[in-house]
Design a protein around this ligand. Structure first.
Ligand SMILES: Cc1cc2nc3c(=O)[nH]c(=O)nc-3n(C[C@H](O)[C@H](O)[C@H](O)COP(=O)(O)O)c2cc1C
Length: 356
């Protein structure tokens, strides 16, 4: 029996760092066919859209589709080819292919993955066409230099360098973030310490432009109202609102960190209850820091927006969240558009008030 999950984390990482592959299928006569494809991977399968590029042919008449419907065993090659042979590397994936049809959750999720990776898919009507789904059955990875086979994270630094290197980055490039990397940073958050080990936080991940725009518009309207109450002049309100809108809109990924108190202890008196809630908030901060450091290590940068804390109802309504999720922080994540301001820190002597 082939292993159902033969790709290692490093293999998925290799896929995440590559944007094009070659897909090989075979016909009834045993004739191989190979085509270049765009793809996205979700840690379980690899997806490829039957997009509008081959306009001349009905997608079901495409050779690769005809072949895989009759012979689902396919091979996928992702490679680095350079004149400098020391940098050669490839990943060969054998798998079983099928079509995922429109109208299913899996199809919707696959299209979202592909659109997150390739901005040009935003303008194509992928909804009407099936998507190829390949479940890996075996994999082989080779590299001239072993380091190439398991690409090091872009900031392969020691912990102290990561802690000191991370900075709040408020301007991000629109380049999409591979889903594997989003999973990695959430995975880091998952390992944060928490009161009684109850993990009192939940994450809402937004990558679709419509979702981000909905959140930005709702929070912007509420912020406008609050700034007007503070007596801010209209032009200042308009400027601040647009800047915040832009931060959310331009971030390829927004992660809303929500407090989730349901699993915590419940006390009859308000003092202990408040302490329990404070512990949960402290733990949310720890999860956030894990996430920020992991993102930084992966070559990503983040900004922290506290706005959701000031309008939790608005955020819940905009995103259709249940009442037991308490929005606390919006982390914008992507690739830095420019070097951020490097804010200094107080010296340790000012922070350690006693050491005896
Ligand atoms: C709880 C919390 C809320 C924050 N809220 C915001 C915010 O709303 N907008 C923003 O631009 N930065 C926000 N930040 C980021 C801080 O301004 C930033 O961490 C601080 O200035 C230190 O800079 P550094 O992160 O680059 O080291 C927040 C940080 C924390 C921990």
């Amino acid at each position: 029996m082939p292993d159902q999950q033969p790709l290692t984390a490093a293999d998925w990482h290799f896929l995440a760092y590559h944007r094009f592959a070659r897909l090989a299928t075979v016909d009834d006569a045993g004739r191989p066919s190979i085509v270049p494809i765009c793809f996205a991977a979700d840690g379980e399968a690899i997806y490829s859209a039957l997009d509008e590029k081959p306009k001349r042919v009905d997608p079901l008449r495409l050779r690769r589709v005809r072949n895989l419907l009759r012979h689902p065993a396919v091979a996928l090659l992702v490679d680095d080819v350079f004149e400098d042979w020391d940098r050669l590397a490839f990943l060969l994936v054998h798998g079983t292919a099928e079509l995922v049809w429109p109208g299913t959750d899996r199809h919707t999720a696959a299209i979202a993955l592909l659109r997150a990776r390739y901005p040009r898919y935003a303008g194509m009507a992928l909804e009407q066409r099936p998507v190829i789904r390949i479940v890996p059955t075996a994999a082989f990875r080779w590299a001239a230099r072993p380091a190439e086979a398991a690409p090091a994270p872009p900031r392969d630094l020691d912990l102290y360098a990561l802690i000191q290197g991370r900075r709040s980055v408020r301007a991000l490039r629109p380049d999409p973030v591979p889903p594997v990397l989003i999973e990695r940073v959430l995975e880091a958050a998952r390992w944060a310490p928490s009161p009684h080990g109850r993990m009192p936080w939940r994450f809402v991940v937004l990558t679709r432009p419509e979702a981000k725009a909905r959140l930005a518009a709702a929070m912007g309207a509420e912020w406008e109202r609050q700034l007007a109450l503070d007596g801010e002049p209209p032009e200042v309100i308009a400027r601040r609102k647009e800047r915040s809108h832009q931060r959310i809109r331009d971030a390829p990924v927004c992660i809303l960190l929500c407090l989730y108190l349901v699993d915590l202890d419940h006390y009859p008196d308000p003092v202990r209850q408040a302490a329990e809630t404070t512990m949960a908030v402290q733990s949310l901060g720890a999860a956030a820091q894990n996430l920020l450091l992991a993102a930084y290590r992966e070559g990503l940068d983040c900004g922290w927006m506290c706005a959701p804390l000031f309008c939790p109802e608005t955020v819940r309504a905009a995103l259709g969240l249940p009442p037991d999720l308490h929005p606390h922080a919006l982390i914008t994540m992507g690739y830095a558009a420019r070097d951020p301001v490097r804010r200094e820190r107080l010296p340790l002597e000012a922070l350690v008030v006693r050491w005896e």
